[in-house]
Ligand binder design. Structure first.
Ligand code: SF4
Length: 502
């Protein structure tokens, strides 16, 4: 049985039924995968250390584990077959389109995945015949179907959605944010870190590949045991405060009251059902308010599963969507070059230190800048996939192509999430002290987001005028008396962005 690097749980799919008597387990570390991207060191470390922890766990249970380092995944499989001559090779359905193709090409039988609450077949059934796949419709279907936060047929708390309580700007004064789960790195973690440093020091690093970012500090679980401890910590200390400030962005705190469970969930160490059961239990016990419980439940059974479902429904064509014809490469400011944009500075600092920023920093700083500047969707998706500890193609493609960059022409999002400096100022403490002035759209001190926002509306005028949710803003751009100056300034801003001097 072949266990892939994002199926790190004894209870998942095919592995759930396996016994040491009947099954040998194969795990493969692929050098080709390692060299395929410029990975954040915490991301690479998390996957490899997680694989080795699972191998140890299975060996302790009595399994014969064939743990291989190979040039590529198929090469690892070939070597395994040659050495052990298994009658058949099984795997749980993988989480990526290319993974599925690879398994089929190499004659690996797949077993239905239970890694999500909604199998792609179930999502396709739900989607069938609908003209629009609205996340809110899907989420309510999930709530009813799965029974989470339901009182009979009615939503707990009397309403489906507590977003209006969960979208506050930053708190005005000091605020006691809950400390994230953290543990010491164990011997396996330390060994993997040493090996990664050695591997990339030996010349396996080029401008396009290699490692970046700060070393792991024990924030991210690398085993099922760590992941369960993190979940308990989250239920006890983080969830009671989750919600009100989930969209706020601060220079002084990188995690706020976010659960930070996405890496463990996306690598399979935690199952969404056990996370949802824990949320439901804490809500029923009165230890978390309904707005917090609903806010996080919406992310797990709603948005996360919706993204998973759309990925499988729309692949493989979806990854080449680029309806706004965005061709700009990833700006140097996202690749380590210094920037005067204080918002980007702080988001990049958080990613560098933790391989993580929360959803609004991803959508409204990184995604928004890329949308306004016209960054190539596939490139941004791959950059996020490699740079975030919870990255994967299935999660980044729909979030980048559908949500952040409007590259699918509105199949997922009903409007582009474009915003100028005013939104960022309302939701963060970034703008005070920035070299740029969020209120200005022209001149050398103009906020790049504000300038590019108006330029974006003018640049894509014909397309956006057809969208009733943004047509009014396009007409407002038409009425700007200084639109010609804005567009001149925008050309300078884009040049400076490309040159890494913005
Ligand atoms: Fe970012 Fe503009 Fe605010 Fe500076 S003024 S922090 S560039 S939004």
């Amino acid at each position: 049985m072949w266990v892939l690097g994002d199926q790190l749980n004894r209870g998942l799919g095919a592995l759930a039924q396996a016994t040491p008597r009947t099954t040998r387990v194969l795990l493969v570390e692929s050098q080709a995968k390692m060299r395929s991207k410029r990975w954040h060191v915490q991301r690479a470390h998390l996957v490899i250390s997680g694989m080795r922890h699972l191998a140890d766990e299975l060996r302790a249970e009595g399994f014969d584990v064939d743990y291989r380092r190979a040039d590529s995944l198929p090469e690892g499989l070939r070597a395994h077959r040659e050495e052990h001559r298994p009658g058949r090779v099984l795997a749980t359905e993988p989480a990526s389109w290319d993974g599925l193709t690879m398994l089929r090409t190499h004659g690996v039988e797949t077993v239905r995945s239970n890694q999500f609450l909604t199998h792609p077949d179930e999502f396709a059934d739900w989607a069938g015949g609908r003209s629009r796949l609205k996340m809110e419709d899907f989420y309510r279907w999930q709530r009813r179907r799965l029974g989470y936060l339901m009182d009979g047929d009615e939503p707990a708390g009397g309403q489906w959605n507590f977003d209006h309580e969960n979208r506050l700007g930053p708190p005005k004064g000091p605020y006691a944010w809950p400390a994230p789960y953290r543990r010491s790195l164990d011997a396996t973690d330390l060994k993997v870190l040493d090996e990664l440093r050695e591997y990339f020091a030996k010349g396996s690093s080029t401008g396009r590949t290699g490692l970046w970012g700060s070393d792991p500090d024990g924030t991210w679980p690398t085993s099922r045991t760590h992941a369960l401890a993190q979940l308990q910590h989250v239920v006890d200390t983080v969830l009671p405060g989750f919600g009100p400030y989930e969209d706020a962005m601060l220079t002084t705190n990188w995690h706020l009251a976010h659960t930070l469970l996405s890496p463990a969930l996306n690598l399979g160490m935690l199952h969404p059902r056990e996370v949802c059961d824990a949320i439901e239990g804490a809500y029923r016990a009165g230890s978390i308010p309904i707005a917090s419980a609903e806010g996080v439940m919406r992310q797990i059974i709603g948005w996360r599963e919706y993204v998973w479902g759309t990925y499988w429904l729309w692949m493989p064509e979806y990854r080449d969507e680029n309806r706004l014809d965005a061709r700009r490469p990833i700006p140097p400011a996202l690749l380590g070059a210094p920037t005067k944009m204080r918002c980007v500075q702080h988001v990049m600092r958080d990613i560098n230190e933790h391989g993580y920023t929360h959803h609004i920093q991803r959508l409204m700083i990184l995604g928004n800048l890329s949308l306004l500047a016209g960054v190539d969707p596939r490139s941004l998706s791959e950059w996020m996939w490699a740079g975030f500890v919870d990255g994967a193609e299935w999660v980044m493609l729909p979030n980048v192509i559908g949500m952040a960059l409007f590259a699918d022409g509105g199949r997922m999002a009903t409007k582009p999430y474009a915003a100028g400096g005013a939104y960022i100022d309302r939701m963060s403490d970034y703008c005070k002290g920035c070299a740029y002035d969020r209120k200005q759209r022209t001149g050398p001190d103009a906020c790049p987001f504000t300038t590019l926002y108006w330029d974006f509306l003018a640049r894509h005028r014909e397309v956006l005028l057809r969208n009733p949710r943004v047509a009014q803003q396009v007409r407002a751009a038409d009425r700007l008396s200084d639109l010609a100056d804005v567009r001149t300034r925008a050309a300078d801003v884009l040049n400076a962005l490309d040159d890494g001097i913005l």
